[in-house]
Write a protein of this length. Structure first.
Length: 207
């Protein structure tokens, strides 16, 4: 069987939908939120449900043959993985956002709150902007409201959370989608099965 690490949360629902379209009926993965491993011997799949940021580690170290994870996670950390397919699901944008009407002050370094310190550092460094990074793990939108940061670097899908917190996008760093990643050894050992699997997903992914 091919073992696949799925990201829990919103991406799991979208991934389940395209898997079903590809002939892999894994609907029950959405019904039991406490169960972590699901086996589907009739279609040759074992599924693991893990935190999105953990998916690449499970795949790189061989606990899973393949994984489904957002491109943001892959950009933030450096992993030794194949990335053969953009699944075109989980669409969102990685942005710089600031309070409405924000005006930058070039006389001081920019304080940036984010879950993505590597991406933020790289982005502002290329622009020649000195930054101080504040690493946060949640509620990043709160940081500029309470004066913890000048701006944030975060994901947005609809922009509704930004609006509710009187923030606006001032730059788009990258368009983000979910990617299929594959363990390098698995790609050799299970080459036929994985290539067939990739072909099936490629045919049913959104435009």
């Amino acid at each position: 069987m091919i073992t696949i690490a799925f990201s829990r949360g919103r991406l799991l629902k979208e991934a389940t939908y395209i898997f079903n379209k590809a002939g892999y009926n894994i609907n029950n993965i959405l019904k039991n939120t406490r169960k972590l491993i699901f086996e589907y011997p009739d279609v040759g799949i074992k599924a693991m449900v893990v935190r999105p940021t953990d998916v690449p580690a499970y795949v790189e170290y061989g606990a899973a043959d393949c994984g489904i994870v957002g491109k943001d996670t892959l950009l933030e950390e450096r992993y030794d993985l194949y990335e053969p397919l953009d699944l075109k699901i989980g669409k969102c944008k990685l942005i710089v956002a600031a309070p409405n009407g924000y005006k930058p002050d070039s006389s001081k370094s920019l304080r940036v709150a984010t879950k993505y310190p590597t991406i933020a550092n790289d982005y502002f460094s290329k622009k020649g902007i000195n930054v101080e990074i504040v690493k946060l793990y949640g509620s990043v939108e709160l940081a500029p409201i309470v004066g913890l940061s000048d701006v944030i670097v975060d994901l947005t899908a609809s922009g509704e959370t930004l609006k509710k917190n009187k923030l606006e996008s001032i730059n788009v760093i990258s368009n983000i989608t979910a990617r299929l990643v594959v363990n390098r050894v698995s790609m050799k050992v299970k080459s036929k099965e994985i290539k067939e699997f990739i072909d099936k997903l490629k045919k049913v992914r959104p435009d």
